[in-house]
Every structure is written in structure tokens, then in C-alpha cells.
Write a protein that binds this ligand. Sequence first.
Ligand code: ADP
Length: 491
Amino acid sequence: LLSRLKDKDLAQTLGYIGDEWTPASDGSTYPVMDPSTDEEIARVANLKGRDTNAAIAAAHAAFPSWSKRTAKDRGAILRKWYELVLAAQDDICTLMTFESGKPFKESQAEFVGGVASIEWFAEQGRRVEGDILQTVHGDRRQLVIKQPVGVCASITPWNFPFSMVTRKNAPALAAGCTIVHKPAEQTPLTALAMAKLAQRAGVPAGVYNVVSGDAAAIGNAMVQSDLVRKLGFTGSTRVGKMLMAGCADTVKRISMELGGNAPFIVFDDADVQSAAANVVASAFRNAGQTCICANRIFVQEPIAEEFEQAVVDNVRKLKLGGGMDPKTTLGPLIAPNAIERVKGHVDDALAQGGRVLIGGSSPPDLQAPYSKGYFFQPTVIADATPNMKIYREETFGPAMPVFRFKYDEEAVKLANDSEYGLAGYFFTTDLSRAWRVAEQLQYGMIGVNEVGITSEVAPFGGVKHSGLGREHGKYGMDEFLEIKYIQMGLG
Ligand code: ADP
């Protein structure tokens, strides 16, 4: 892997604490694997609670001066970071593909979206403004100012090793906060390269810290520290709930981007070919491992056959393989246990009357070096029903169930029948149907005739068990700011 990077210095394997590249206090390391070959690609410092506390102390010490700088100053540093990251595109995409397994083209797409977050927040920091209120007391004036919340802990997942880093850390820096970042243990290399570039961009010592390693130990140290005033997390609902409970003790601010189980409704007036192409793009993006992947497909009966056929035609074009092979459009899953989960959902669906239209198992015939990779074939299951696991639970893999429905109300009811509420999609050409359904779906983000909903200008986040708070857009800054009210008596 090292030999493939143009800039060898981006291959960092130590933690980054207060401007120092730091091994674990007990000297331990752990392996980072390539999911497409099951080979070790690097050994990375396995930091623990003690190391995390050192990073928190560094972030705390750096906070007063960083928060006092003007937004314009901080914006200039962010802009520099943006430019350096942009120049390192190929190396960063290579790191992403090696550690997460995603096809290089998907790494490039993630890069373009993710780097835009830095650019956006470099600009957005300067738009943080307070208010002067219309007073009800003639002898007093009432004002509102906004101040950075303090030291922010960010915990990011492996499925977007790059863009989760930028969407969490760029607004924190822009707001004047300092950061202790814990990347997923599977994908620390991209995150460490980003810290290296932040260091080069002139982010001062202690403002940006990265701790890779023991998730539970690092998480506990973050949660328990009173110096950490905010925790931003993207990951599973299970871990998110645990962290939320942990943050209660120190009453931290929290932002949570958790799981999803996205409905995708195709109404009888939809453009069937477009719906089919979009659902395949969404359901199999990152091998089905995104929190906004289309998970439960509901199609209205009159067009069901035609839609299912079109879906299968699109799935047939997917090419399974290693991410660095330019022909690959579908990569491996992140770990062997993910294959077990997907297989469990598929087998359960089949046992309950589901019908495999394509796929259904691990591929029989991948050649070296991919024969040991964590692959599962893109799978479509027709005749799916709500009593199946694949309806209720997040599959997080390349298996797509298709349910049929008769009436609009039925589709909306099924779509909302989930503890999750992250993204929902539907296809229709009827304007009143579009408004009605968009308002009725209990989801934080809605895609109408379109699945590419993520962008730096739009608020990303969910309702119900899918999370709290919003990232990106003008709303994204608020998560890193406290509102302070000041009253002045005129005497
Ligand atoms: P996934 O199932 O997608 O891996 P996780 O919620 O386990 O989702 O992982 C998301 C992030 O949460 C990763 O950075 C992971 O290391 C981290 N994580 C997992 N367990 C804990 C924990 N106990 N405390 C803090 N972070 C954790």
C-alpha cells in the first residue's frame, strides 16, 4: 500500500496528539485489513483510555486561543486544508479503497462530496451571527451571541472513511472548537492522513487530535471526561444509544447519526426504468453498507413485474471484485461477520416464501487475490413480506427485498413501520401525490425521483431511532455553537 502513495508521509500509523505522532502508551498496535483480500495492509497504534485523556487535555489547552481567533482566520486555515486535501485526492482515495474495500470510483465520489464539506464550512464559519432582540424593557437591552461549545469528540464509522471525517471535523474547526477524533478501527489510515494534512495546513497544536485503537476504552474516556462538551457520533443505533446514555452524566451536547431502514416506494405512475436504475444505485452503493441505502422496496402492483425485471437487468451489470480493479462496481463487505448477517437475512426471507430473482449467496468463483475477500453477490428477493428479518432489521449489505402494495396509504404505512427514520425515497410523476407522501413519511430526508440526496448544503440527519441533530447546510454549524443571552441594564 505504502508504495502506491505519491506522498509517503500520508501513510501515518500513529495517533496524533497535540501535534505529536504518538504510539499507544502500552506500545500496542493492531492490524488494518484489506477486505477484498483478507490481507494485513498496515499496523496502527492501538490507543487506549490514557492516550485519549492526553488528547482531551491537549484539545482543552488549545481551546482558548483557537476559539478567540477570528472566524476569518480559522476560515483561511480551513481553506488551506481544503486545498491540500484536494491536491492529495489520489492518495486519499487509494487509502479509502484499501481499508474499506469500496471501488475506487466510489472513493472518488466520496472524495468529491466530502471535500466539499471543508470548503462549505470554511465559508460558513463567517456567517455565524447573533441577534439584538426587540426588548420589552425600555431600560434594558437584550442580545444573543454564539460561542463554540468547547472540546468536541467525534466518532466516525468505516463505511465513509473520508467524508464522515470532514462533515464532523470541518464545522467544529470553523466554529472555534477543538477536536478529539476517533476513526473506526477498520479505517484509521484515511483519518490519519487527514490529520497530517490539517497539520500542514497550519491547524495549531492540540486543535486537532486523532486517537485510533480500542473503541470501548477510547469511547469511555471521551464520554466520561467533563472537558469534552460535545460528542458527535455516526454509527450503529446500538452503540449510539450506549454513548447517549454515557453522556448523560456530564450533560454533553450530542449529535447522533444512527442506523436507517430506508423505504423506496415506486408508484404506478413512476418512470419505471429510472426508478429501477436509481434503486440499484442506492441499494448497492458501498455494497449496501450506507445508512441511507434503499432497504425496503415497495412497488405498486400494476407495474411490479416490469419493475422487478428492470431491477434485475441493472443488477446483472454490477461487477464484483477488488476496489482497485477499475472494472469493479461492487466491492466486498467490511468483515466476515457481515456476510453472516446478510446471509442470515436472505435465508430467513427464503424460508418465509421469498423468491430470489438474482444472487442469494457468496460468489463461487472469485479468483486470487480476491478468493479470500468478504464478498456477497448482489441479491434481489421478490415476494417479500413484513414478517421477514430483512423488513425489520438493517441488513447493511447487498440484499434488496421487493414488497408489493395496492394503495398509496398502504405504502406509506409500511414505509413508516420502522423504528428508524433516516432517509426515504419514492418515485412518482404526480405532483399532489409527491407533496402528500413527502409530508407523510416519517423520515429526516426524502428523495423524490432521486436517490443522490447528500450534499454539503442540505441538512443530513434522521428522526426516531435514527438520531439527533443535523449535519451540513446552514443548520450544521448550530451543533457546535452555544447560544448565550446577554442583558444590559442602561441604568
Ligand atoms: P458498525 O456496526 O457500523 O461498525 P459501530 O457503531 O460499531 O457501527 O461503529 C461506529 C463507530 O463507533 C466506530 O468508530 C466504532 O469504533 C465506534 N464504537 C464501537 N463501539 C464503541 C464504544 N463502545 N464506544 C465508542 N465508540 C465505539
